[in-house]
Write a protein of this length. Structure first.
Length: 218
């Protein structure tokens, strides 16, 4: 039973979805019998909580394929910001699973980035230190007001800053230097359904499958 009000229509949709999942993965297939013993994902996504940008759905991943950490506006704090949930997730991903690729994923029409750019996140409660620092950086580096015309600029800068902060953590930086891990920055367009990827040489975003600075993603 639930503790408060019960929205029957909403919960029926959720429960129906669970039953469909159960039939697909437990009654007809043995995938979870294998996953019951262990999981060995090779890729980690750090993504936004937005309901429209589920990483597993966007890359057609099956259960067990990807390890996912999500928060508002896909913010990765700097090492100097101190411990947070992403650092714990990184330790599990890298030390526990031997993840080879980390994809930081931003997206178009990100309400979290809008709140950071407009300094309104505090209206929802106490703001963690990494979000306070991100607010300062976005507002200092982009001398413009947030609008539909400038939104993508803020969203892509936010993604770039998260990628840079990811490399401030020694657990990631050491593995990148040793060519054991690759870091990627992906930006998803809700309008076109396409990904752009961040080039770490020129700091420009190009189509995921287009070569930039002499290098492709694959």
């Amino acid at each position: 039973m639930c503790l408060r009000g019960f929205n029957k229509n909403n919960m029926k949709k959720i429960i129906d979805g669970y039953q469909a999942f159960f039939e697909q993965y437990f009654q007809k297939q043995s995938l979870y019998q294998k996953l019951f013993e262990q999981q060995r994902p090779s890729t980690m996504f750090i993504a936004c909580c937005d309901s429209r940008v589920d990483p597993a759905l966007l890359v057609s991943a099956q259960p067990g394929d990807i390890f996912v950490e999500r928060n508002v506006a896909n913010v990765v704090g700097h090492e100097k910001d101190g411990p947070n949930s992403i650092l714990i997730a990184l330790e599990v991903a890298l030390c526990g699973f031997g993840i080879r690729d980390i994809i930081v994923m931003g997206h178009e029409r990100c309400a979290g980035v809008e709140m950071l750019a407009c300094n309104t996140l505090h209206l929802f409660g106490k703001v963690p230190i990494e979000y306070l620092h991100r607010e300062e950086q976005l507002q200092q580096k982009i001398n413009k007001k947030f609008s539909q015309e400038t939104a993508a600029e803020f969203e892509k800068l936010n993604l770039l800053l998260s990628c840079q902060n990811l490399l401030s953590h020694e657990i990631v930086a050491t593995r990148v230097r040793e060519h054991k891990v690759s870091v990627h920055g992906w930006y998803f367009s809700l309008k076109t359904g396409k990904f752009e990827t961040l080039c770490f040489k020129c700091y420009q975003f190009t189509d995921l499958m287009v070569e930039c600075c002499g290098k492709k993603v694959i």
